[in-house]
Design a protein. Structure first.
Length: 276
């Protein structure tokens, strides 16, 4: 990977991390279009690690929600909040570790075909999910039970193209949260989820081979994380407003169109590589 490829991929990640269109899927498609070598351990790690850069924008935007503890009541509230995040992340830890250890996750990350199919299937579902799950009420809050079920939905995002954001927001709506509250809890849940995935990747990469840790690769990771952070910060503010007002349908059509274009190109023997 070079600097230009890194910047483009990081912008794509920042724009799509909190949208229900699959940031991982879009990064895989972008990597193929840019001619980035697939199957490279550094590319796999980069795909996850810059997502954590984007996720840190949640902590920045919701700083008070995560850390403000001016009195005992706020301290207790924060402990309950952290507890909900722990409960919500447990299913993803179990499923994610199993997928990682089995090698399934790395195989899926190399498959643009899987991404395209899941974009289409997820898009079709999103055309109807507002009708199916639009039963949220403002008074419904996240409980341990709801957090756990949302965490189960998050496990679907182990498949590239499925979208962690879509899975968890739909999970929240299925648990009768409003779209806004479901989206915000999806943002919060992303922090421990992606922090864990990033830590696991770093441990494995340093444990197996440190040849990747060149000054150039470290610089690319830092640049990617910083760009993804700032782009995601802007995208997240826009997304909450858009989702609350309009719902999922526009994102559903977008997913279907992109997925079908990729599938048609693959089935007709056209290469996705735009640059070598």
């Amino acid at each position: 990977m070079d600097l230009i490829q890194t910047i483009i991929i990081a912008i794509v990640e920042g724009l799509t991390e909190f949208l229900p269109v699959s940031s991982t899927g879009h990064m895989i498609i972008t990597q193929n279009l840019l001619g980035v070598q697939q199957g490279n351990p550094f590319v796999h790690a980069f795909t996850f690690i810059i997502q954590f850069g984007a996720i840190l924008s949640v902590v920045c935007l919701y700083w008070k929600r995560f850390f403000q503890m001016r009195n005992y009541e706020e301290f207790i509230s924060k402990m309950k909040f952290y507890g909900l995040l722990i409960v919500g992340v447990i299913p993803a830890v179990v499923v994610g570790l199993a997928a990682k250890k089995s090698g399934l996750l790395d195989r899926l990350l190399d498959s643009v075909e899987v991404v395209a199919v899941m974009l289409v299937l997820g898009g079709i579902f999103m055309l109807f999910c507002d009708r199916i799950f639009n039963m949220g009420r403002e008074e419904n809050k996240v409980t341990c039970k709801r957090a756990f079920f949302i965490g189960l939905f998050q496990c679907l995002s182990v498949i590239p193209g499925m979208s962690r954001s879509m899975s968890t927001i739909v999970g929240g709506m299925q648990q009768k949260l409003t779209r806004k509250n479901a989206a915000e809890f999806s943002f919060f849940l992303a922090v421990p989820t992606m922090a864990g995935a990033t830590l696991l990747d770093l441990i494995e990469m340093f444990g197996e081979d440190t040849k990747w840790a060149t000054s150039n690769n470290i610089m690319l990771l830092i640049v990617g994380c910083v760009i993804a952070f700032f782009v995601a910060l802007l995208a997240m503010k826009w997304f909450v407003s858009f989702l609350t007002k309009y719902g999922f349908k526009a994102f559903g059509w977008y997913r279907i169109v992109v997925g079908l274009i990729i599938l048609v190109m693959l089935l007709t023997g056209h290469s996705l590589v735009m640059a070598s």
